[in-house]
Design a protein around this ligand. Structure first.
Ligand code: C5P
Length: 217
């Protein structure tokens, strides 16, 4: 089966030396890629800038901005069976890019930000055949937010993680996940290494996809 997996952060440039980004390490997405490869699936890994090495058998596509990630994912959509959107895409970007380094001045300055394109929501709003998995990193109201994002972003499965807990989630080796499926009660995957959780998550993704396909036929 063919997987397209996004991982890591995106970066939105302010000027030639500065950017907006977030603390995503890419570890969860890379662990899912490794788990899929272990099971002999084909993996295209679309990755923002991270400091970790990609599994050598994955086809790695490096991107920086959200628009680059959108273009890369769009190109894969028609060819993959499962899309896992694990990347922490920046929700905002500077309204204008300054082509020269902004000089340091005394006093405050304001940066106007505009929303970025929601890659996931824009791709799932058009007909597609692949099974789509989203990720929701939350610091509060995890259940409500994840359930809302599952519906709003038209995903087949939403994985939520609490990123407010120290040592868990973003930029950590361990995670604790809650799986949301339409019309089912959430399923909690207890704290464990991301590599282990990725294997369990892969099984859940494939079982759910299989059930869906059997129902349709
Ligand atoms: O940031 P948010 O919580 O809305 O992210 C939930 C899901 O949407 C994630 O799977 C993320 O990869 C995706 N996303 C996206 N484009 C954005 C923001 C988030 O595809 N601009």
């Amino acid at each position: 089966m063919k997987f397209a997996i996004t991982a890591g952060p995106t970066r939105e440039p302010i000027d030639p030396v500065r950017y907006l980004s977030n603390r995503s390490s890419g570890k969860m997405g890379y662990a899912i890629a490794a788990a899929a490869l272990e099971e002999k699936h084909e993996v295209v890994l679309i990755s923002g800038p991270v400091a970790i090495a990609a599994p050598p058998q994955a086809k790695l596509i490096r991107v920086t901005t959200g628009e680059e990630m959108f273009a890369a994912v769009s190109a894969q959509l028609a060819h993959c069976d499962v899309l896992v959107m694990c990347a922490a895409v920046c929700d905002y970007k500077p309204a204008q890019y300054a082509p020269q380094k902004r000089p340091k001045e005394r006093g405050e300055f304001s940066l106007t930000l505009v929303p970025t394109r929601d890659i996931l929501a824009s791709l799932t709003s058009v007909p597609h055949d692949c099974f789509v998995v989203g990720f929701a990193a939350e610091t509060q109201q995890l259940e409500e937010n994840a359930a809302r994002k599952l519906a709003e972003k038209n995903c087949d499965l939403m994985v939520a993680n609490d990123v407010a807990q120290p040592g868990l989630g973003m930029d950590a080796d361990e995670n604790e996940l809650v799986i949301f499926l339409p019309n089912e009660s959430p399923k909690k995957l207890a704290r464990a290494k991301k590599t282990e959780l990725a294997r369990t998550l892969l099984k859940i993704i494939l079982n759910t996809r299989e059930k869906r396909l059997t129902k349709k036929t």
